[in-house]
Design a protein around this ligand. Sequence first.
Ligand SMILES: Nc1ncnc2c1ncn2[C@@H]1O[C@H](COP(=O)(O)OP(=O)(O)O)[C@@H](O)[C@H]1O
Ligand SMILES: [Mg+2]
Length: 251
Amino acid sequence: MGAVTVDRLGFRYQPAAGEVLKNISFTLEKGEIAALLGLSGCGKSTLCLCLGGIIPHLLGGEMTGRVLINGKDTKDYKVAQLALEVGLVFQDPDTQLFLPTVEDEIAFAPENLCLPVAEVAARVNNVLEHLGIDDLRYANPNNLSGGQKQLVAMGAVLALDPGVLVLDEAMAQLDQDAKIKINDILCDLRRRGKTILIVEHDLENVSIADRVLILENGLLIRDGQASGVLGEREFLIRHKLKFEEEPGMDR
Ligand SMILES: Nc1ncnc2c1ncn2[C@@H]1O[C@H](COP(=O)(O)OP(=O)(O)O)[C@@H](O)[C@H]1O
Ligand SMILES: [Mg+2]
């Protein structure tokens, strides 16, 4: 059994509307980094919402098929319970940060689980150290750079120690240094056995992926080893994920 199993998943936002996800099946193994690629509007964020159980629990719409996280069918668990299994990080960290200090932000979810005070403190310390942001402990998240905010948003999710981490275009607004730093952290999380899905609308940022999944208009059109899929130049150009190099570019 995989860490994430998506089994014939279909979804439409309204009964009369078209299907945004169409009969999608794939499995992610423990300790694997997969990239989910596809043009804007192809259904990537909708799939992320399904992985976190926000669909079907908090959004309406019609879902068919199943999503299992570590064997747990998302239909049978509350979103708060699923947050212990799968952490979602979105593009805009401002939507995820709302407390006065970085420390409060990272302590929030474990405190809500009513973990003992010492356990909460240990988790906060671990996360701050692991992400290299201990010096920001008492900072107000509002005053941080985009890259720092995204690290705090990741920290808030990692404090629950989920086995699966999903980053929905989480690096889109970050500079190169911040992207490199986050990629290093993701590789370290992979070594610790976490399963990671990096969602991106282009081929940037996916250099660390073991697997590549490609979504087009709600259909999964490719699922393979990154080395194979990323080498399929003609296929990637045909599906607008890569552009023909302009003459003279590769001198
Ligand atoms: N809340 C919503 N209600 C209705 N349609 C939506 C909603 N969110 C997204 N969609 C539609 O679903 C499709 C897939 O969107 P999305 O999953 O956000 O794609 P991506 O993340 O790949 O850009 C798009 O056609 C989008 O307009
Ligand atoms: Mg999206």
